[in-house]
Design a protein around this ligand. Structure first.
Ligand code: HEC
Length: 113
């Protein structure tokens, strides 16, 4: 989220879908809840998540969970990304689109050993 404030231009050019709902182009696009591709999810992860979780999920900066040994299921991963948890993970619901969050759920699972 900090990155998004610092580099809005970069973020928007990489992820058009993440640039807010008030632009005219956005309202004319068909709404889809399909997850973004793993490749795109990796880019979203790198921008929003890697600072704490690291590129491979094992960094544990700011007490972040080691995602390579995480065992929670899809539903719980999605909920954690959306709502955060009581151990310091913050909510991303307002910052990411549903397709981005669903893509991240799949990507996070690829980090497991
Ligand atoms: C500011 C640091 C920080 C950032 C950025 C961050 N997280 Fe977290 N994350 C945490 C902390 C702290 C926890 C809680 C640690 C725990 O549950 O033991 C956590 C927990 C999680 C968990 C739960 C793991 C488990 O097994 O319980 C998931 C999944 C997760 N983060 C995914 C993400 C994703 C995806 C992003 C990017 C959208 C992200 N995190 C961004 C700090 C961060």
């Amino acid at each position: 989220m900090v990155l998004r404030i610092l580099f809005p231009g970069l973020f928007c050019s990489l992820f058009l879908a993440g640039c807010g709902n008030d632009t005219p182009e956005e309202t004319t696009k068909p709404v889809s809840n399909e997850p973004i591709s793993l490749e795109d999810a990796r880019a979203v992860y790198t921008l929003n998540c890697a600072s704490c979780h690291g590129p491979d999920g094992t960094l544990k900066a700011s007490n972040a969970a080691d995602l390579s040994i995480s065992t929670i299921d899809d539903k719980k991963i999605e909920q954690t990304i959306r709502k955060g948890n009581d151990k310091g993970m913050m909510p991303y619901e307002e910052m990411l689109t549903t397709p981005e969050i669903k893509g991240l759920v799949k990507f996070v699972q690829t980090l497991r050993k």
